[in-house]
Design a protein around this ligand. Structure first.
Ligand code: TYD
Ligand code: MG
Length: 380
């Protein structure tokens, strides 16, 4: 039995709502917004279900303040400040909630174990108990787990195999956008993402991520190109920026944010070898605007065009964007989901799209969108 959480983007990632009696782990770096998301879904969930929110990190008073700020109010929402698992289970026994939220697994401990809260042994033992509660008591459990940037010590990684569903909350803490991604899901696909924006009043769902990512896109500036990538079943447009500047010291610097570093270095080599753009005396910086991470090969061509544009200091013409994979010989390789991508490109008002050469029978471009098909990077 599935039920909606009241957050469409979260439901999408869960595979169409939360499954009764399942255990969902929500991981992410501290401060990314895990507690905020959980408290927000309480608002809607408490209309039909009794919720127990256990926090080992905040006092009931702090939780109340936050809930007020998020506009969450319900007689069905119970709060408990507790870190001892035994006492938590006792409360569950008494209150019989339909949904249990644990914030966070690192603060829970079991009396019988010697090791301190947050250690691998404790985190595992507590998760096992909660899993049992979910399965036997038919309680839907959401568990928050902190991930630290380096090491993943005692974090969600050691729990992944035990739970039904693992969601990671990603994004730069100082950027507004947050991406929710499923790393594992026993009841749905793992390639869907949910996009949120952190606002004054909590997380807001971003129903039209492409438009949000493109807001503020500079016109007539060199060194940028719009890319189209697939995130699950959804095409997403994002701006790739590049800056090629003369190297001041002996060794050129290369940095990549939002794209794979090795992929960028490879594209630089291809540009130099196949197009004669001598980038070996240039520092090259690549960045994806909005804090998105683009891992799909379709981002190759726009990244390459952005780099070439910056190197030659020539902007791409207005209304032009691109996607496609680049091979080692400089050939362009076609990517999947062509028609979905093209319709998203068209929907956002682009007029021209540079894509790899297709077999004739494959193309169905929307009206008003011109396609430029190129066989290799020199043509593009
Ligand atoms: P939080 O949910 O406490 O993070 P986590 O539980 O993952 O550690 O979110 C903390 C950040 O979110 C904090 O830096 C402030 C910001 N925030 C807002 O911008 N608006 C809000 O309405 C709330 C509740 C938090
Ligand atoms: Mg928190």
């Amino acid at each position: 039995i599935r039920f909606p959480t009241g957050m469409g983007e979260l439901d999408r990632v869960l595979g169409g709502g939360a499954v009764q009696g399942s255990l969902v782990l929500v991981g992410g770096a501290p401060g990314i917004g895990k507690s905020t998301l959980m408290l927000q879904i309480c608002g809607k969930l408490s209309e039909n279900a009794k919720i127990l929110y256990v926090s080992g990190e905040e006092s009931p008073r702090q939780l109340k303040l936050r809930a007020d700020r998020l506009g969450v109010q319900s007689d069905n929402l119970y709060v408990l400040s507790e870190t001892c698992l035994g006492d938590v289970l006792e409360s569950v026994e008494e209150e019989k909630p339909d949904v249990l939220i644990v914030d966070s697994i690192q603060t829970l401990y079991q009396d019988s174990l010697e090791s301190p809260a947050g250690s691998v042994a404790q985190v595992r033992a507590c998760t096992l108990e909660l899993m049992q509660l979910a399965k036997e008591g038919n309680v839907t459990v959401f568990v928050i787990g902190h991930v630290n940037k380096d090491g993943f010590i005692a974090g969600p990684k050691v729990l992944e195999h035990m739970v039904d569903c693992v969601l990671y909350f990603e994004g730069e803490q100082h950027m507004a956008y947050r991406i929710l991604r499923a790393a594992k899901n026993r009841f749905g696909a793992t390639n869907e993402i949910g996009v949120f924006e952190m606002s004054e009043h909590g997380l807001v769902e971003v129903a039209n991520p492409s438009a949000a990512m493109l807001a503020g896109h500079p016109q007539g500036a060199s060194g940028n190109c719009i890319a189209c990538v697939m995130e699950g079943s959804r095409p997403l447009l994002a701006e790739v920026q590049a800056l090629a500047a003369k190297t001041q010291f002996g060794v050129p610097r290369r940095t990549a944010a939002g794209v794979d570093y090795n992929r960028m270095v490879l594209l630089l080599a291809i540009l130099e070898k196949r197009c004669g753009l001598f980038l070996s005396s240039s520092d090259v910086y690549v960045n994806v605007v909005g804090g998105m991470r683009l891992d799909e090969p379709a981002v190759d061509l726009p990244m390459l065009l952005a780099i070439a544009s910056s190197f030659r200091d020539k902007p791409l013409p207005e209304g032009v964007m691109s996607f496609g994979e680049v091979g080692l010989t400089g050939e362009l390789r076609s990517v999947n989901h062509l028609s979905e991508r093209l319709s998203e490109v068209h929907r956002l008002g682009f007029e021209t799209c540079i894509i790899p050469k297709q077999r004739k029978d494959q193309i169905r471009a929307p009206q008003g969108l011109a396609l430029i098909e190129a066989c290799n990077i020199a043509e593009a």
